[in-house]
Structure formats: structure tokens, C-alpha cells
Design a protein around this ligand. Structure first.
Ligand code: A2P
Length: 281
């Protein structure tokens, strides 16, 4: 298995990315610098996370050229609409200290559950991302937390189809309907909380499998994502675990173990429903 995926527009993307949600406080870049030192070259941030400045600092301090890194950020709910999204993009670039992004995503399909015109707002926001893409200011564009019901109206009117959909994905919560829809439309799926927010770490099936393969439960979860064609975005504040989470290419899960993981009872902490924003900010 390759350590890169290729997006529908031909762009290469490192097959494991570092999730930066809660990875930094203010401008403290220590965790992010440790991730760079461990070998991470793909970082996932968002204006909502408050980690863009710290990430920018870690990247500036590491001395490696910008071109070594794949950087993703996202338009937050309050930044939607054409003009707002363009301004949000510039603000993200300024905080990151860069003049382009590798990937820019709409963070949530429905910024406000009371609004019935969410599809029009998504499309208006998407027009901004398309223009940024056409202008060469971002190398790929996509969405996050979009289910097929959100992707459908977007795809019907988009000039540039989304290249990525970042969703919650881990054993016990694979959102297979969204995976199938994305596969049919050439959309690369990325996984947030690929180790299930650590809730899976003591699961008996995963623990047994980890023992058999001589790896950790986290590595089983991450390898499961890769073999499903899903790009995992693990987070950790601990350098040993950061390194472990990149070490996924020296073993592979047998078909029957993949099937067992696929069949795991539901362990999601939010429902597979467009309104699941109700339980997560
Ligand atoms: P820590 O920062 O102490 O390593 P997710 O990305 O699925 O939301 O999970 C993140 C959580 O999983 C963090 O609390 C992190 O804690 C923990 N974690 C990350 N990698 C590993 C690992 N390899 N082994 C055990 N726990 C891990």
C-alpha cells in the first residue's frame, strides 16, 4: 500500500494526516513541532480549531520548505457565503503564514439547523472555493461532514466537484452509505476521530487483534481506515504515539479481520444523521 493517495484532480496527498483539533493552546506550537519532528507532513486544521497560528509557527520554525507540507483548513459555519468564505480563506492563510493551501473544506453542511436554505448557502460558499481553486490559491477543495443528502444538491450545481469529504469514521462507525456515495463520485474520504476518540482502546475484539498482529489498537483502527480507502487523521499529544500512528505500512489486515471490524457493533458517539451537529459544535 502506498503512503500517498491521489485526489480526483491528480494531486497527491499523504495517506496519514495529523489532526490538530485541541492540539495547541494559543500560539504554543510544542505538540505541532513534535509532530513535524516525528515525520508528519500532512496537517489538518480549521479556523474553528484555533490551531492555525501555532501550526504556522511550528512550520516556520522547522526550517523545511512549504512545499514539503500538505495543509488543510476549513470554512467555519459563521464564515459561509461567497464573500465571507473568501475573507475567511485570507484570514486562515495569514494565521498559517502561507500564501496557498493544499486543501480547503466547508466544515459543516448546515451552519444553522433552523435555516432551510442550507443547500443554497453551501453552493454560495462552494462558488468561493471554486474561484480560489481556479485562481490557483488552493490545490484542492472539498467538504466535511457531508452525507449523500448534502452532497447531492452540491454536485448537481458545482462546476468543480469536491475532491474530499472528511467525516467521522472508525470501527463501529463506518458510515458505509457515505463511503459508497463518495467512491461512486471520485471523492476521497478522510476520517476524523479514526481511533474513535480513544473509546475503542479497550475493546476486546480490537485488543485481541492488536495482540495477534503485534501492533497497538490504534494502529489496527488506522490500518482499517487505510484498507477501506479512507485517509485517517489521528491526533496525539504524545510523541511515541504520534510515531506509532504513522507506522502503518509494515503489516496488513487479513480479509476476515477487515470483515470483523466492518461488522463491529455501532460505537459512534453521534448519529449518522444530517442533524448530528446538535451533539457536536
Ligand atoms: P494522547 O494525546 O494522550 O495520545 P481520535 O483522533 O480518534 O479522536 O483520538 C484521539 C485520542 O486518542 C487522544 O486522546 C490520544 O491521546 C489518543 N491516542 C492517539 N494515538 C494513540 C495511540 N497510538 N495509542 C493510544 N491512544 C492514542
Amino acid at each position: 500500500m502506498n503512503d500517498t493517495f491521489r485526489l480526483s484532480n491528480g494531486q497527491k496527498i499523504p495517506a496519514v494526516g495529523f489532526g490538530t483539533y485541541k492540539a495547541a493552546d494559543g500560539e504554543d506550537a510544542a505538540v505541532l513541532s513534535a509532530a513535524v519532528d516525528c515525520g508528519y507532513r500532512h496537517f489538518d486544521t480549521a479556523s474553528f480549531y484555533g490551531t492555525e497560528r501555532a501550526l504556522g509557527r511550528a512550520l516556520a520554525e522547522c526550517g523545511l520548505p512549504r512545499g514539503e507540507f500538505f495543509l488543510t483548513s476549513k470554512v467555519w459555519k459563521t464564515e459561509m457565503g461567497y464573500d465571507n468564505a473568501l475573507r475567511a480563506f485570507d484570514a486562515s492563510l495569514a494565521r498559517l503564514g502561507t500564501d496557498y493551501l493544499d486543501l480547503y473544506l466547508i466544515h459543516w453542511p448546515r451552519p444553522d439547523l433552523e435555516r432551510s436554505d442550507w443547500a443554497a448557502l453551501d453552493l454560495d460558499t462552494w462558488r468561493a472555493l471554486e474561484d480560489l481553486y481556479e485562481a490557483g490559491r488552493v490545490k484542492a477543495i472539498g467538504v466535511s461532514n457531508f452525507l449523500p443528502s448534502h452532497l447531492e444538491p452540491l454536485l448537481a450545481s458545482a462546476s468543480v466537484a469536491p475532491m474530499v469529504d472528511q467525516i467521522e469514521f472508525h470501527p463501529g462507525y463506518t458510515q458505509q452509505a457515505t463511503l459508497d456515495y463518495c467512491a461512486a463520485h471520485g471523492i476521497q474520504v478522510e476520517a476524523w476521530s479514526p481511533i474513535g476518540r480513544a473509546r475503542l482502546l479497550s475493546d476486546p475484539l480490537l485488543t485481541e487483534m492488536a495482540g495477534r498482529y503485534g501492533v497497538s489498537v490504534a494502529q489496527i483502527c488506522l490500518r482499517f481506515a487505510l484498507q477501506k480507502g479512507v485517509l485517517p487523521l489521528p491526533k496525539s499529544a504524545n510523541p511515541d504515539r504520534m510515531a506509532q500512528n504513522l507506522d502503518l505500512f509494515s503489516f496488513s489486515l487479513a480479509e476476515e479481520d477487515m470483515a470483523a471490524l466492518d461488522a463491529m457493533p455501532r460505537a459512534g458517539w453521534s448519529g449518522e444523521h444530517p442533524d448530528r451537529e446538535r451533539v457536536r459544535p
